[in-house]
Ligand binder design. Structure first.
Ligand SMILES: NC(=O)C1=CN([C@@H]2O[C@H](COP(=O)(O)OP(=O)(O)OC[C@H]3O[C@@H](n4cnc5c(N)ncnc54)[C@H](O)[C@@H]3O)[C@@H](O)[C@H]2O)C=CC1
Ligand SMILES: O=C(O)C1=N[C@H](C(=O)O)C[C@H](O)C1
Length: 236
């Protein structure tokens, strides 16, 4: 498959490696505004750029008839707008806050646990994520996805980014975001009562899981039209 990499940073470089290992060809890579002539050489594009560039990158792909996989976080206030433009152009699109198989299984576990815990009001829920210090957005896209799956099973209306030991208001789920040198991505969900705690946690050891998931998603998407998620790709 001929691949364009939009955003040649930590993830872009890992994706290049995994794509080459899977016998794909990188026909275009950029860390700047897209050159549409270069983009046209690709059969599929993979965007891991920055929050301010993702929407323009993704919609440029739709307008140039290039299926696009995006893992960029921090731009999701424009997701519905992107979906509309995708549909108008009969494009193909997959966004995921996290492409790793492990986190997608963890998403399912999180939802099942939230459903179970909804019957036990003595427990309160809190989310924590830890990432490297170069990360631009806070909280992580993965933490937002986890929180949004829990919300329907609680009496809470929303989530709130808080400092460690700070409390959210009664109708918000607290989300703590820590930044530590070289952490690839750790997410935990903790249900606490006066008697005990129940906690689930996912720890990424490298960026390879995210990159492999994104390349698998690109392979899956390349002959499709429409808007999909990793659940479609993984058959979950
Ligand atoms: N969904 C997932 O599985 C994962 C998502 N991410 C997300 O992917 C994004 C990238 O992460 P990293 O590679 O660690 O960041 P990075 O900062 O290493 O790379 C981003 C690159 O995008 C470039 N860039 C700036 N403007 C651009 C533009 N207009 N078009 C294309 N590229 C542009 C930057 O120069 C930089 O090279 C972040 O939003 C991060 O949260 C990261 C890991 C996994
Ligand atoms: O920026 C990162 O590094 C990561 N970002 C994603 C997110 O915001 O959830 C996924 C992963 O945790 C790594």
């Amino acid at each position: 498959m001929k691949i364009a990499i939009l955003g040649y940073g930590r993830m872009g470089k890992t994706i290049e490696q995994i794509a080459l290992d899977r016998n794909h060809e990188i026909v275009y890579k950029t860390s700047e505004k897209i050159n549409t002539e270069e983009l046209q050489k690709a059969e599929v594009a993979i965007d891991f750029s920055i929050p301010d560039a993702a929407f323009e990158n993704i919609t440029t792909c739709f307008k140039n008839n290039i299926p696009v996989v995006s893992g960029t976080t921090g731009w999701l206030d424009r997701y519905e707008e992107a979906v509309k433009i995708c549909n108008e152009n009969k494009g193909a699109f997959i966004y995921a806050s996290n492409f790793s198989l492990g986190v997608n299984l963890f998403f399912q576990l999180n939802e099942n646990l939230a459903k179970l815990m909804s019957k036990f009001k003595e427990y309160t829920v809190a989310i924590e994520e830890i990432h490297h210090t170069k990360k631009l957005d806070k909280p992580s896209g993965t933490a937002i996805t986890l929180t949004e799956s829990i919300l329907p099973y609680t009496q809470k209306e929303d989530w709130k980014l808080v400092e460690e030991d700070e409390k959210a208001s009664a109708n918000q789920i607290p989300v703590v975001a820590k930044r530590e040198e070289d952490v690839k991505g750790t997410h935990s969900i903790k249900y606490s009562s006066a008697i005990d705690d129940i906690e689930i946690k996912h720890t990424a050891h490298s960026r390879e899981g995210f990159a492999l998931g994104a390349v698998i998603a690109a392979e899956w998407l390349s002959d499709k039209t429409g808007v999909f998620t990793m659940k479609d790709v993984l058959g979950l």
